[in-house]
Design a protein around this ligand. Structure first.
Ligand code: ATP
Ligand code: MG
Length: 446
């Protein structure tokens, strides 16, 4: 098996914790290595947060050696060792996955050697084994060559590997985008051929992968690959409909709805999950609302339709409620920005004081930059926010129900409209303090 003495740079806290686990396994006479993404990322100079260990020790032997373990996947040979405060290390026994019947989980596992263990892993660059004691790398799948050349290659026969676990189709797009790697041609061809297998993957696993792509280093490349290899067809047909959907070139010199979306994704910088999904889905309402009107492409009320679609899509993936609410609110309001300079102060303050306004504003900025480039509304809103910096955007109401009762009005249908009017005047700056508001009320009633 190929070996290398390529030195690894200094270890992070997680890697030191992993090495302590490995040292304990070595002392008990078991072969053990750092394995997978942590070796790959260390060689690429990327930060390493999670360390996985592969060992010849059986799960029972691992559990006997460490005081704090969780046998999460003992049947698959995986034991989590609680190595230090906040540091859990996954320790997996070298194994061979016997057979897959459903494209998701092996039906049986057999314990094995690193050479055999490498064959159940997905990509050559993910099958590197590093021994910290001898500082050597075992490279049974020839991953070092691919790592040096920037190539993502499935281990063994690509189509068979994607059939075993169809989530690997998405992992391929994620690693290619995240690492900036090229897909090896046979791996790329198998992606398209095996794309229908994605229908068998659980929505939660698909969502987790897509979210990592969206919040990762190059979401535009990830989604370009997904589209190119037909990996969106089953789970996100709404995105397929955006491809080739024309829009007016005076607002969108960058191209069709899909090209605009990719241009926006290219501008994302460390977005939170909801903003990332809103970026992907902000124009998802365009295809279903498309009309040819007054000699050009139009999308009446596409923000409202899009917000409903975005919520449907995120529910399809069983996304957390907070993500669904925030992302669909961002999609719903993305066209409201057109009108901000004509809004009354009260309306504007309510908009600026909304629960996800910071993300809505960021989406608006990206939307402009990814199309016509006109940032006038964005600058206007920054100025407005600066003007309100010293006062709360949505201060407590000057008048409350008890003030109306004190003024002699009996609780009833007159209450709400009066309170709403007072609130509107307050936010418009026409009622400045409580005395002013009480005088207004007296005049109003008198
Ligand atoms: P990252 O943590 O950045 O996603 P990683 O390579 O560490 O990358 P993990 O999901 O943490 O990925 O898995 C650790 C290792 O386990 C991988 O490097 C790979 O060898 C193996 N592995 C994980 N998931 C799969 C899978 N679905 N099919 C085959 N091997 C896998
Ligand atoms: Mg990992």
């Amino acid at each position: 098996m190929p070996k290398s003495n390529q030195p690894l740079p200094a270890a992070s806290a997680a890697e030191r914790a992993g090495d302590a686990v490995i040292a304990t396994l070595h002392q008990a006479g078991h072969a053990a290595f750092r394995v997978g993404g942590c070796v790959r990322d260390r060689l690429l100079g990327r930060p390493v947060q999670d360390v996985d260990v592969a060992t010849a020790a059986t799960p029972e032997a691992v559990q006997a050696l460490f005081p704090r373990t969780y046998a999460v996947g003992a049947a698959f040979g995986v034991v989590v060792v609680h190595a230090a405060e906040g540091v859990d290390i996954e320790v997996a026994t070298f194994r061979e996955d016997a057979e897959y019947h459903d494209g998701r989980r092996p039906t049986a596992v057999r314990f094995a050697t690193p050479e055999v263990d490498a064959r159940r892993r997905d990509f050559t660059i993910n099958a590197l084994f590093y021994d910290p004691a001898t500082e050597t790398i075992l490279d049974p799948a020839h991953g070092l060559d691919d790592l040096a050349r920037g190539v993502l290659r499935a281990i063994g026969e690509p189509a068979a590997r994607f059939q075993e676990d169809s989530l690997r189709l998405l992992r391929a797009a994620r690693f290619a985008a995240e690492l900036g790697f090229a897909l090896e041609p046979a791996t790329a061809a198998a992606l398209t051929a095996e794309a229908p297998g994605l229908a068998r993957v659980s929505p939660e696993r698909v969502y987790a992968e897509l979210t990592r792509m969206l919040t990762g280093r190059d979401p535009a490349r990830a989604f370009t690959l997904l589209a190119e290899h037909r990996l969106l067809d089953h789970w996100l047909p709404e995105l397929v409909a955006m491809q080739g959907m024309p829009q007016p070139p005076e607002f969108h010199p960058e191209g069709d709805v899909w090209e605009h979306t990719l241009a926006l994704l290219r501008l994302l910088r460390t977005p939170n999950t909801a903003l990332a999904w809103a970026a992907l889905l902000h124009d998802v309402g365009k295809p279903p609302t498309h009309e040819w009107r007054k000699g050009r492409d139009a999308f009446p009320n596409h923000a409202r339709t899009g917000a409903e679609l975005a919520a449907d899509i995120l529910r399809r993936f069983h996304a957390p409620g907070a993500v669904i609410d925030a992302a669909s609110a961002m999609v719903a309001s993305h066209m409201t920005f057109r009108d901000v300079r004509d809004m009354r102060a009260a309306t504007l303050r309510r908009f600026l004081g909304g629960p996800v306004f910071a993300d809505e504003l960021e989406l608006h900025r990206l939307d402009c930059q990814a199309s016509h480039g006109d940032c006038a509304n964005y600058v206007f809103l920054l100025d407005t926010l600066a003007r309100y910096a010293a006062v709360p955007l949505l201060p407590p109401p000057l008048l409350q129900g008890r003030d109306l009762i004190a003024a002699g009005i009996t609780p009833g249908p007159r209450f709400r409209p009066l309170l709403d009017e007072a609130r509107e005047l307050q936010l418009n700056g026409e009622l400045t303090d409580r005395d002013h508001a009480l005088r207004w009320l007296a005049e109003h009633l008198g």
